[in-house]
Unconditional design. Structure first.
Lengths: 235, 259
């Protein structure tokens, strides 16, 4: 079974990219879909109704959704295998520009919207740095100059990133994403899958619902303001 | 292959929406060509220029194939906007950056690594030939009108992107001097393809592709058979242009504009 993890900021067009992918590949593959979200998710029901594929969602509640994704990924692979899927598409909640939920043994797809401004690629550098392929959506809406600058900004963060420009409504350019998915090696050992990098998933007492301010009231990953460049960075 | 070495682009037939094979053998586009794509809303006009824009290989909904110089084009033609020989400008295409016009163009010039410090001025000058509302170098992109934006994007495609093929999707509604745009693009050796509902743009084009049910129904080359219709369309366009200017100027039109 192949694993594809689709991440990107809110409203970048992740689900539109997933929908085009399923539409194009459903004749050749048995596809399962998992949506990770925070409060509510509708994509699993929509895609199950539209394509008749096994689809599920998980809402992370007070937990960071990418942390939730890491926790459930092993179960999700087992579920998709029980469904006899040969392709599992996992879509992130897209909450945080700093998140990078990509793993080994799976294709990392980052979805960015061309209308989000030319500096966006620089703001979401960690996600771009650890992805394999960037899908730039809504390319039909921006001027030639901005298209070119947007591409250069992505290259500045990750010169090796494969870039696909698309207008996912019509599916232009999607052929290169489909090729990357089909060319990616299947999972060989689910037990050996790890995150590609350390995302900002530190689950602290704020993350799980304590609202008091000041480090004195908290435990877990706690740092004082003095001397911290980032409040917490993975070791 | 560099974009300046494009001798021709060939469209090979696909299928209509109901699955019927298209009945043309091949449509060839060469530098200096003017082509309009016409037909009712939903007949597949935008899908056709979309096929050209992505250099379809039987992998779009229409099943068409688009070749460059008789062969499949190299991948960077399709994937890298800086190498793409096709510039598509639609009614929706806009500049998001809140920059001044000169800054915006300079940004494009820098990304192309063009070492010509006059090119920004010349691009603005060309854009001003396409619109009646002068574009100033220090105007903000986001404050330009639809006509000014379209004029600037066409001038940018000609001067900075230097694309040999320009696809214009219903840009006539934006209020630009269509006749002048066609003249400049033809003189510059650009191939230009319009998706249009505008009679003047259609009559000014040397070839007309008629769409129906997602398929090319026929390709018309009117030659000089439509000269009279063109004269009439130009006269009407002149009258409407004159009226527009009067109304803009706050005048009452009490006499014939007569061109």
């Amino acid at each position: 079974m192949r694993l594809v993890i689709v991440a990107g900021p809110p409203s970048a067009g992740k689900t539109a990219v997933v929908r085009q992918t399923i539409r194009s590949l459903q004749d050749r593959h048995r596809i399962a879909y998992l949506k990770i979200d925070v409060v509510r998710a509708f994509e699993d029901e929509e895609l199950a109704a539209e394509f008749g594929i096994p689809a599920r969602s998980i809402c992370s509640g007070d937990l960071c959704p990418d942390h939730a994704g890491v926790m459930v990924m092993r179960d999700a692979i087992a579920w998709a295998e029980e469904e006899s899927a040969d392709l599992l598409l996992v879509e992130s909640a897209g909450l945080c520009l700093r998140c990078s939920p990509y793993t080994t043994q799976g294709l990392g797809v980052v979805v960015l919207s061309a209308v989000s401004g030319t500096n966006t690629p620089l703001k979401m550098a960690p996600m771009l740095a650890l992805a394999d392929i960037a899908v730039v959506t809504r390319i039909d809406l921006v001027s030639q100059a901005e298209k070119e600058v947007f591409r250069e900004q992505i290259r500045e963060v990750n010169p090796d990133l494969d870039i696909v420009e698309t207008n996912a409504v019509q599916g232009t350019g999607m052929r290169y994403l489909l090729r990357a998915i089909e060319d990616y090696p299947p999972i060989t050992d689910p037990e050996a899958i790890t995150l590609r990098g350390v995302p900002p998933l530190g689950v602290c007492t704020v993350c799980i619902g304590k609202t008091e301010i000041g480090w004195q009231h908290h435990f877990g990953v706690v740092r004082r303001m003095e001397g911290a460049d980032y409040l917490f960075r993975g070791d | 292959m560099v974009s300046s070495s494009i001798r021709e682009v060939t469209i090979l037939p696909g299928r209509s929406r109901s699955g019927e094979p298209e009945r043309f053998e091949a449509i060839t586009i060469r530098p200096g060509d003017t082509i309009s794509i016409v037909g009712p809303t939903g007949s597949g006009k935008s899908a056709l220029i979309n096929d050209i824009e992505v250099f379809a290989r039987g992998d779009t909904a229409t099943g068409r194939t688009v070749l460059v110089n008789g062969a499949y084009p190299p991948e960077e033609f399709v994937r890298d906007p800086a190498h793409k020989p096709v510039a598509l400008i639609t009614q929706n295409t806009r500049c998001l950056a809140d920059l001044e016009v000169a800054e915006f163009l300079s940004m494009h010039v820098r990304s192309r690594r063009i070492a010509d410090d006059r090119i920004v001025d010349r691009t603005i000058a060309l854009a001003n030939e396409f619109t009646g509302e002068p574009i100033l170098p220090d105007a903000r992109m986001t404050a330009l009108s639809g006509g000014q934006t379209r004029s600037l994007l066409v001038a940018d495609a000609v001067m900075i992107a230097a694309a040999p093929i320009i696809l214009l999707d219903e840009v006539e509604n934006a209020g630009i001097f269509k006749e002048r745009v066609i003249e400049v693009l033809r003189d510059a050796g650009k191939a230009v393809v319009f998706v249009t509902h505008d009679p003047l743009v259609s009559l000014l084009s040397a070839r007309r592709i008629v769409m129906r049910d997602g398929a090319v129904e026929r390709v018309i080359e009117p030659g000089n058979r439509e000269d009279e219709a063109l004269r009439e369309a130009l006269r009407l366009d002149g009258i409407l242009h004159g009226m527009r200017e009067e109304i803009r100027a706050g005048n009452l039109i009490t006499e014939s504009i007569g061109v």
